[in-house]
Ligand binder design. Sequence first.
Ligand code: HEC
Length: 161
Amino acid sequence: MKHIAIILAALTAASFAEDIKASADRGKMVYMQTCMACHQLTGAGIPGAFPPLAKVDYTIGDARRVVAITLKGIVGPLTVDGKTYVTGMPQPDLTFPILKEDKNVADVLNYVRTSFGNDVKEAITPEFVAEVRKEFADRKTQWTEAELKAFPAKAAATEAK
Ligand code: HEC
């Protein structure tokens, strides 16, 4: 009995890893089309202009926040790894039609969160993206640093339309 439980646990973990890997493989193409121009092939960004996506809490931390960033972008100064960026990230969901598909958003984020030295184990699912998209459907503006720091702050997030 004990053995069966161990085998089952191993199988579950394996299929979980498989899911994020398959999604990340698809997401590489999406990354090339929607993030690479700014965050670069290596995810290292460009000093003074575009922040890295490697080992940055905004990228590998809270899943809801990174989905929200990928849908709505960022405006104003943002400090990443002690460096302040003021370029701003235009709203990707308005710039790139392929990001209207929840699956593409999940795939690109699973790619980013498992590449460039990032090693997140839990996949972001299209269903989760759909939930976050719905939550912020009425929001028209990009996120500010103050809002991202306070995430998840549902009331504040919908207030500033
Ligand atoms: C037009 C350039 C541009 C594109 C395209 C772009 N970003 Fe960004 N991104 C930025 C800039 C600039 C910042 C820093 C925010 C600021 O300047 O206000 C940023 C910040 C971020 C952050 C938070 C900080 C960090 O380093 O983790 C994440 C996460 C992120 N971008 C993910 C993405 C993903 C995923 C894509 C593709 C779907 C993408 N970005 C596409 C320019 C871009």
